[in-house]
Design a protein around this ligand. Structure first.
Ligand SMILES: Nc1ncnc2c1ncn2[C@@H]1O[C@H](COP(=O)(O)OP(=O)(O)O)[C@@H](O)[C@H]1O
Length: 188
């Protein structure tokens, strides 16, 4: 399936604003893939599909977490965390994506995790900094993304964890694992 067809297939699954965000993530991911020597085609596919079930029915998402034997702890966290893991299942089953790196990039795009591939980092960062996003501090994240992928990733996951802590929200542990892993690698 060519990428325009893929975009058209997901258009009806989300409101216009989210569709614009999706296109922004895909474009940013292509740019970062080019910059950091990763596969642009994979980056675009992962960007297009990362939010494929963001607006799916909550009960349906829950059933998929159970039937696909995804981490049951997800169900004890905010439902916003469910669309990444279930999205990777849908990307495989409905969109016939077989590439594990694309699937993992979709799966972990909200939380990050330890031992992320460059493509996973690119999708995580692109989701945060694509052109339609706006929040205090985003310009620094955008600048870092142009200079160093690891450094940008540490800053993005730090921003996300700090945001949750400031709002007194629980933090799903993969983001801590991600942060700890990136720091450990930096020390080496
Ligand atoms: N480790 C985490 N634990 C709990 N919530 C998280 C974690 N990481 C991110 N979030 C929250 O999940 C929500 C969804 O994130 P995301 O998939 O990027 O959606 P959006 O594109 O709407 O920002 C955000 O509110 C974010 O703060």
């Amino acid at each position: 399936m060519n990428h325009n067809d893929l975009l058209e297939k997901i258009r009806d699954r989300m409101p216009t604003k989210r569709f614009e965000h999706t296109k922004g993530v895909a474009t940013t991911a292509i740019h970062l893939a080019e910059k950091y020597g990763e596969d642009k085609d994979k980056a675009e596919i992962a960007g297009i599909l990362h939010d494929v079930v963001k607006f799916a029915d909550r009960e349906w998402l829950k059933q998929n977490i159970l039937s696909e034997q995804l981490d049951p702890m997800l169900l004890t966290f905010h439902h916003e965390l469910w669309h990444g893991p279930v999205g990777s299942i849908v990307a495989k089953k409905e969109f016939f994506i077989e590439d594990e790196d694309i699937l993992q990039s979709i799966r972990f795009h909200t939380t990050g995790r330890a031992d992320m591939s460059n493509l996973e980092k690119i999708i995580y960062i692109s989701d945060m900094i694509e052109p339609s996003r706006s929040f205090p501090g985003i310009e620094v994240l955008r600048e870092k993304a142009e200079i160093d992928l690891e450094d940008a990733m540490i800053s993005c996951v730090t921003h996300s964890i700090k945001f949750l802590i400031e709002k007194k929200q629980p933090v799903y542990p993969d983001s801590f694992h991600c942060y700890n892993d990136l720091l450990k690698r930096k020390e080496k």
